[in-house]
Design a protein around this ligand. Structure first.
Ligand code: IPM
Ligand code: MG
Length: 368
């Protein structure tokens, strides 16, 4: 077997169940290194509340530079009630936002797939969700999350005013639209673009720029524009009408949670945050499960590691050009679900409950 060059992966387990689920990815990386002679080199460091405890900040410059140097970052989860009262700049979530913004990870891919083994876990009727396979592309470095001015300032009468600004430039819209069209090209060739052009100028710009990209470069793709509130409704009514949804940072945050919940199993959904390709075709990237740090079950061995394992599979596919290995891993997950193994969050009658590490081991045993 040919040895490929060393590939640096930075592991940032973070808080709550983050370290437990990332541990299972570590085992899988070890398996690929040993059994497939791949040369992944992993480093691990602190982020979020865990970093705050040691360094009094949610991410240190040193960790940030490690992220900059690595081919892919795998993040567990950040946050927890322990840090809820910290001032804004010190909160665990700021680490996530800094990584996204400063690594320029403008395209956030959030697949919502309803696994056939888990159709009954959805709160929607099986016929509405079975076979569901949507890809949400959320813009991740612009919009109201980062717009200036922002803040809380005193005004007359002793009142205060909270300010956030929603802005988008055409360049920011065009680059994320292209990611969505490229993905649709390899899927069912359908993009739905969501904004609020009925009330927001930035929504009008969004709609116009996405349409222009389609007309100029992707004439074979079907493009529909939809108001974001209508999209929220349509996701519940008839989610299978969608293939790729492209939308801004805030609407994407909300719609992707909704879409995730259609599948009934947040513990299974991965995500990828991607930057622009450089001249060698390489890009910065970060992969993380869609679920949060779930502090209530941290340390109980109940966490579902599948979302993080599938996030690593996305890293294999999108950052490391190892499609075959990604398929291998995705199929191993399917086989374990076929065998009826379930962590607590997706347990149903007649299935066998396993712990976080038993789930990881079972997946490894199915790798080819
Ligand atoms: C997400 C999360 C984050 C966001 C939080 C933790 C800052 O909800 O990744 O969707 O709002 O983007
Ligand atoms: Mg969110």
């Amino acid at each position: 077997m040919i040895k490929v060059k060393k590939r640096k992966i930075l592991l940032l387990p973070g808080d709550g169940i983050g370290p437990e689920v990332v541990d299972e990815v570590k085992k899988i990386i070890h398996w690929f290194n040993k059994k497939k002679s791949l040369d992944f080199e992993t480093e691990e460091d602190l982020v979020g509340g865990a970093s705050y405890e040691k360094h009094k900040k949610p991410i240190t410059d040193e960790v940030f530079y490690k992220a900059l140097e690595s081919e892919a970052v795998i993040l567990g989860a950040v946050g927890g009630p322990k840090w809820d009262d910290l001032e804004f700049s010190k909160r665990p979530e700021r680490a996530l936002l800094k990584l996204r913004k400063e690594l320029k990870l403008f395209a956030n891919l959030r697949p919502a797939i309803c696994f056939k083994q888990l159709v009954d876990a959805s709160s929607l009727k099986p016929e509405i969700v079975s076979g569901l396979d949507i890809m949400i592309v959320r813009e991740l470095t612009g919009g109201i999350y980062f717009g200036e001015p922002r803040g809380i300032k005193p005004i007359e009468n002793g009142e205060r005013k909270g300010i956030n600004t929603h802005t988008y430039t055409s360049g920011e819209i065009i680059r994320v639209a292209k990611v969505a069209f490229e993905l649709a090209q390899k899927r069912n060739k359908k993009v739905t673009s969501c904004e609020k052009s009925n009330v927001m100028e930035s929504g009008i710009l969004w709609r116009e720029e996405v349409q222009k990209v389609k007309d100029e470069e992707y004439t074979n793709i079907e493009l529909n524009h939809m108001l974001a509130d209508n999209c929220a409704m349509q996701l519940l009514k008839d989610p299978k009408q969608f293939d790729v949804i492209v939308t801004d940072n805030l609407f994407g945050d909300i719609l992707s949670d909704e879409a995730a919940m259609l599948t009934g199993s947040l513990g299974l959904l991965p995500s990828a945050s991607l930057g622009a390709k450089d001249k060698n075709g390489k890009m910065r990237s970060m992969y993380e499960p869609v679920h949060g740090s779930a502090p209530d079950i941290a340390g109980t061995k109940k966490a579902n590691p599948i979302a993080t394992i599938l996030s690593f599979s996305m890293a294999l596919r999108y950052s490391l050009e190892l499609d075959k290995e990604a398929d291998n891993l995705d199929q191993a997950v399917q086989k374990v679900l076929d065998d009826g193994l379930r962590t607590k969050d997706i347990l149903s009658k007649g299935k066998k409950e396993v712990s976080t590490s038993q789930m990881g081991d079972a997946i490894i045993s199915k790798l080819k």
